[in-house]
Design a protein around this ligand. Structure first.
Ligand code: HEM
Ligand code: HEM
Ligand SMILES: [Fe+2]
Length: 482
């Protein structure tokens, strides 16, 4: 019967939608605090003593990491029943853990905003912040996160063992284990800064340049099967190749963070060689999506979820440009000695996180909306198109502005003034850098406007498409009766 709407049936997918909902709210918070920090770059006295730059920056990047982890867990709960053919084992515990995690995140954010700093004792590490960039959460929250993630892993493993085990599932199982295990490397405080940084990079680099990338490869595979009907055989063949290449270059590519932190000099060669190889798998992922797309186009297969597919395409290009090209620019030690600690990593970080992770996860949210309302097709609405355009133009604009700032900083502060204290200020106060910061702020506002469209679209597109689908089904049924 045409008019029968198959709304989401799996409890696992209902839980996924909860994760997506919190994720999108945190994405909004990320952008708002980014804007505050961007304003402070130009007007340093803005909110000084109330919400300092350091606090806004912490909230900006922690909100990013947390919303991405939420959306990643959500996406797994979404695809689990589809891939395994069964309801997720332990989904009730999963739901309970979701509420515990969300309450903990709320408390951590309130402490960041209201308490802000501690006396620098062990109590600060336990209750306020650990002070490690991106994973500043205090230790009690760290331990809570480990418990929640263990519950999540148990659910994934038990479900995969009981149900059908596809290639996508096998890769995800190994990958999630590694991803979760790496978090432990960022939990141990040592008083030696070199040692502390050494391990901290295991979390950040081995997440974004190895385990998260493998995760994306698996999820893109699932997404392509869902949206354009790509062949599972081809998708999974690519997946194995990509996984081998990502781990092959990403693990030792870690060396590009060991150039100047007091680690042995052999990291110069290792870091240079393997990190320079890192763009290769990203080209592979790029070719993968385009190839599947081309294969399907020949068969006139319709795209069942255009907004999701649109975001997958942004992901493919963004990952390649942001991580591959912008990462490669400063990865050789001969170049990095000048660019390290300038706006260069920030330019790269924005485009890479957006392209490689934000885009794919937003695409998964659109799959969630389609499934929630049981729609055959999810249309690309005007709001949805504004969202993808404004956000992408905004982030690209910020990246270009920061790249110009980085170029000037490298030339003036490092080249001309030899990395001195005066050189730092000479560069920061140059017209070029100030203008670039102005453009970053303007493009940040464009990004935020895009987010408003995205939020509205995610909230409304499902309902509207459902009404439209029912009306068409009714008309078809009516015509048949007549
Ligand atoms: C999606 C994948 C990637 C993401 C999300 C990402 C993100 C980032 C971020 C946020 C930073 C700044 C870290 C900090 O706060 O100190 C950074 C640093 C860096 N990234 Fe990436 N990155 C990715 C892939 C790559 C790749 C593939 C390369 C090399 C080809 C690369 C090269 C670098 C280098 C050299 C630095 C260090 C800059 C410095 O400290 O001097 N990244 N990355
Ligand atoms: C409203 C738009 C945004 C504005 C105005 C903004 C602004 C900022 C500012 C001012 C910083 C601090 C830079 C510093 O410490 O020198 C920052 C850091 C960062 N932002 Fe954003 N941001 C925005 C959106 C985003 C998005 C969409 C992403 C990724 C999805 C992102 C990822 C990051 C990362 C990874 C860092 C740390 C970079 C590093 O350590 O090098 N931001 N952002
Ligand atoms: Fe790295």
């Amino acid at each position: 019967m045409l008019s029968k709407v198959m709304r989401v049936q799996w409890e696992s997918q209902k839980l996924a939608i909860k994760y997506f909902q919190v994720a999108i709210i945190l994405f909004g918070a990320q952008l708002l605090f980014g804007l505050l920090a961007g304003i402070q770059y130009l007007y340093p006295s803005f909110l000084f003593g109330v919400l300092d730059f350091s606090i806004n920056r912490i909230v900006h990047i922690n909100a990013m990491v947390v919303w991405m982890l939420y959306a990643m867990i959500g996406s797994v709960y979404w695809l689990l029943p589809d891939e395994t053919g069964i309801e997720t084992v332990g989904v009730k515990i999963g739901t309970l853990l979701f509420y515990i995690l969300t309450a903990a995140v709320a408390v951590v954010v309130l402490v960041y905003l209201l308490v802000q700093v501690g006396p620098g004792t062990d109590m600060t590490i336990w209750l306020i912040t650990e002070g490690r960039e991106y994973i500043e959460a205090p230790r009690w929250a760290d331990i809570g996160i480990v418990v929640v993630v263990l519950g999540f892993l148990a659910n994934v493993y038990l479900t995969a063992f009981k149900g059908r085990r596809t290639g996508i599932m096998t890769v995800l199982m190994w990958d999630l284990l590694a991803l979760a295990g790496l978090y432990l490397a960022g939990m141990f405080f040592t008083r030696n800064v070199s040692v502390d940084q050494y391990w901290w990079w295991w979390v950040i680099h081995l997440w974004v340049e190895a385990t998260w990338e493998v995760y994306v490869a698996a999820v893109v595979g699932y997404g392509l099967i869902k949206t354009i009907g790509a062949s599972r055989r081809i998708v999974e063949m690519w997946l194995w190749i990509e996984m081998a290449m990502l781990f092959g270059s990403g693990i030792l590519g870690l060396g590009h963070h060991y150039f100047w932190i007091g680690t042995p000099e052999y990291w110069w060669e290792i870091g240079a060689l393997f990190s320079a190889l890192e763009p290769v798998p990203l080209v592979g992922m790029f070719v993968h999506v385009i190839y599947d797309w081309g294969k399907q186009a020949g068969k006139q297969h319709e795209i069942t979820n255009k907004p999701a597919f649109g975001w997958f395409v942004v992901n493919t290009f963004g990952n390649f440009l942001g991580a591959g090209v912008w990462g490669f620019m400063h990865t050789l030690p001969q170049i990095n000695i000048y660019t390290h600690g300038t706006q260069w990593p920030s330019a790269h970080g924005h485009l890479a996180f957006y392209g490689a992770y934000a885009a794919i996860l937003i695409g998964m949210m659109y799959l969630g909306v389609q499934g929630k309302y049981g729609l055959k097709q999810l249309p690309f609405t005007r709001a949805g198109k504004w969202a993808i355009t404004l956000i992408t133009v905004g982030v690209l604009g910020m990246t270009v502005a920061l790249t110009i700032a980085a170029y000037v900083q490298t030339m003036v502060e490092r080249g001309e003034w030899g990395a001195t204290w005066e050189g730092y200020f000479a560069a920061q106060n140059s017209t070029w850098m100030l203008q670039a910061y102005g453009w970053r702020l303007f493009m940040g506002i464009v990004t935020f406007l895009g987010f408003v469209f995205l939020f509205y679209d995610l909230l409304t597109v499902g309902k509207r498409a459902e009404v439209a689908e029912r009306a068409t089904a009714g008309a078809v049924a009516g015509a048949a009766v007549a």
